[in-house]
Design a protein around this ligand. Structure first.
Ligand SMILES: [Zn+2]
Length: 376
């Protein structure tokens, strides 16, 4: 799908961005109201074509404002509870307030999540009141009543108790509060979310095949599969976070490390090290002290005719920040290094800089895999 977003403005330190898919949404909403919804309800007798298009465009814009206000309420409550919000992005299926940190307590999650649907309820009342107030102006009456109805649909859809919808988040917060287990709470709520997604997809397929409603059917299928993906992703994120909290660097350090000296030439390095152990890099040591790392990639940059005369000392990478792990207490550091994706193994040194072991990406991935499947 599209990736680019456009920054609209900033309010209370929250940047509001619009995903390019939203331009499509505004056009689609305008078009379907001008050609379908409004003429269908009023049989086209009441309004001129131009009037219909202006009303429909206003409907789309005010829908946009409604969703923005819904997201803003989430964000404002989040900020009040000390959770920094980076930005709000409006995209095809609504809005996403990007949090820089995960919610740490069910009470905060409950407050933050309820704020959105609460705002939508206020908007339903407000648009309904505006409709009553302007009931002598046909076009405004229709416009405001439609917006009250649209916000009603948004409210009902959002309150379905499937994660990651607001209703699902509220359900998760309640289970989380009762059991103290965020993983189990997320699992239950996201299962309901996936169930709801399948129902949406099912209704979409039925619309398509039985009622021959192509646009409605495809829309429901797209929203359903989007929701299913989001439910899966949210659960996996929590699972990963839970696993990483118990992750110990010392669990995956290998002590039978193969290191190479500075004076070794590249021909020996290739024959006796790379070809024999099949590692992609080796720690380089001198008197037990780690000097740096030498990688197959670096060796390959040098023509093989020069291997005999080139020493490890000539191409050793000594920029420690890129690859070295110190001591046993820095799970975050290992994670950072592995996610950076630059190397496949990382030398571990003690407080004096002596090489004591090595961490391999594959060991790490296996360990996370086992821990994840034990939790699942
Ligand atoms: Zn919401």
């Amino acid at each position: 799908m599209f990736k680019r977003s456009l920054r609209l403005f900033e309010l209370w330190g929250i940047a509001v961005e619009i995903h390019f898919s939203w331009i499509f949404v505004i056009l689609l909403v305008t078009w379907s109201f001008a050609t379908g919804v409004y003429p269908d309800i009023y049989h086209g007798e009441k309004f001129f074509t131009g009037q219909l298009w202006i009303m429909s465009f206003l409907t789309a814009i005010l829908l946009f404002v409604s969703i923005l206000l819904h997201e803003f309420s989430h964000s404002v409550v989040a900020i009040r509870n000390g959770l920094p919000i980076g930005k709000i992005t409006l995209f095809m299926f609504g809005g996403v307030a990007q949090m820089r940190r995960e919610v740490e307590s069910p009470a905060v999650e409950l407050k933050m999540t309820s704020a959105g649907p609460a705002m939508t309820l206020v908007l339903i009342g407000l648009f309904y009141l505006l409709g009553v107030l302007f009931r002598s102006f046909d076009s405004l009456f229709v416009l405001f009543n439609s917006l009250a109805a649209i916000n009603g649909v948004i409210f009902v859809f959002n309150m379905v108790p499937g994660f990651p919808l607001d209703g699902g988040r509220i359900l998760r917060a309640i289970i989380w509060h009762r059991t103290g287990n965020i993983l189990r709470a997320t699992k239950i709520a996201s299962r309901i979310g996936k169930g709801f997604a399948f129902i949406l997809i099912g209704i979409g397929v039925m619309n398509l095949l039985v009622y021959r409603d192509f646009i409605g059917g495809v829309w429901l299928m797209i929203i359903g599969s989007f929701l299913r993906q989001a439910a899966n992703r949210s659960y996996n994120n929590i699972l990963y976070k839970e696993v990483m909290e118990n992750f110990q660097v010392s669990d995956i350090v290998r002590y039978d490390v193969v290191a190479v000296g500075l004076s070794v030439d590249l021909l020996t390095l290739v024959e006796d090290y790379f070809k024999r152990y099949h590692f992609l890099s080796f720690p380089v040591v001198e008197d037990e002290m780690l000097v740096g790392i030498v990688t197959l990639e670096e060796v390959k940059r040098i023509s093989s005719s020069k291997w005999a005369e080139t020493k490890v000392a000539d191409l050793v990478n000594t920029k420690f920040v890129d690859f070295v792990v110190r001591g046993f207490n820095s799970a975050g550091r290992v994670l950072h290094l592995i996610n950076a994706g630059k190397y496949n193994s990382f030398p571990v040194v003690d407080n004096y800089g002596r090489l004591i072991g090595v961490i391999n990406r594959s060991d790490y991935e296996e360990a996370v895999g086992v821990m994840t499947s034990l939790k699942n």
